[in-house]
Design a protein around this ligand. Sequence first.
Ligand code: C2E
Ligand code: MG
Ligand code: MG
Ligand code: MG
Length: 278
Amino acid sequence: RSKELGGRRVEVFAAHMHADVVRRLELAADLQRALIEQQFAIEYQPVVDLATSRVTSVEALVRWWRGSVFVPPEQFLGPAEDTGLIVPLSEWILREACREVAAWRASSWDIGLSLNLSARQITAPRFVETVEEALAESGLPASALTLEVIEEMLVEDAEETIKRLSELRALGVRLAIDDFGTGYASLAFLRQLPVDMIKIDPSFVAGLGRDDTLTLLTRTIVRLGHDLGLTVVAEGIERPEQLELLRKMGCTSGQGFLVARPMAARGVDSLMRTSLTV
Ligand code: C2E
Ligand code: MG
Ligand code: MG
Ligand code: MG
C-alpha cells in the first residue's frame, strides 16, 4: 500500500513537472517565433540631470507583446538566456537602439544611451566586435553609450566578462552597475570592474523620507559614488519627496515614473521636439 501511495506521488509530481516543461518549451518556441516575426519593441526611459531636469540619456528597455498579452522582461529574459535566444535578441536591441539614439542626436541634442547587458551576451563570440559595429554603423560615439551590468554577471566566467567589458571601456564606452546595493558583493564589484556609474536600486529610493535607515543608506551610496568619482543615478523615483531629497543629497541623475515613464520611440521624438526637460 505504501508502495502504491509512493507511486502515485511520483506520478503527480511527474505530471506537475510535465506541465512546467511544456510551458517552458512553448515559451521558448514563442520567443523564437517572436524574434523572427519581430514582435519585440524597445521603449526608452528618460534619465534626467537632477540639478537641471534636463534629459541627458535614455535607457532602452525591451518589450514583448505575445499576441495581445504583454509579457514583462523579467518573465522572458531568463528563458531567453537559458535557450541562448538572448544573444540574437540583444544584438537586435543594441543595433536598433544605437541607430535610434544616433538619429535623435542628429536632429536635436546629444543624449546618451544606456543598455542592459545579459551575462550570455557578454561572453558570446564577437560581443566586443558587435558593439563596435553597432557604433560604427549608427555613428553613435562610444562615449554616448553606457552598458549596464549587475553583479550576478560575474558569478560565471568572471575573468572573460571583466576582460570584455574592459576592452569596451578602453574604446570609450561607459560602464554602469545596475541595481547597486542589492548584491552581496557590491563593493568588491566596484574594485573588479572599471566602472563610471552606479545606479541606486529602487529598494533604497522607495524608503527615502519614510525610512531613516534607507534614507541614510541612500545618502551613503551617493557620497561613496561621488568620492570614487562616479556618476550616481537614482532609480525608481515615484514621489516628489524622493526627488527633493535626492537633489539635496547631490545625486547626479534620476530616473523613475515621476520623472518619465518608459516610452515608445515616437514619444522620445516628440519629447525631443518640444522640450529638453521633463
Ligand atoms: P532595470 O535595468 O533596473 O530597469 C528598470 C526597471 O524599472 C524597468 O522595468 C522600468 O520600467 C522600471 N521602472 C522605472 N522607473 C520606475 C518607477 O518609478 N517605479 C517602478 N516600480 N518601476 C520603474 P522593466 O522594463 O520591466 O525591466 C526590468 C528589468 O529587465 C530591467 O531592470 C533589466 O534588468 C531587464 N531588462 C529590460 N530590458 C532589457 C534588455 O533590453 N536587455 C536585458 N538584458 N535586460 C533588460
Ligand atoms: Mg538598467
Ligand atoms: Mg535597476
Ligand atoms: Mg533590475
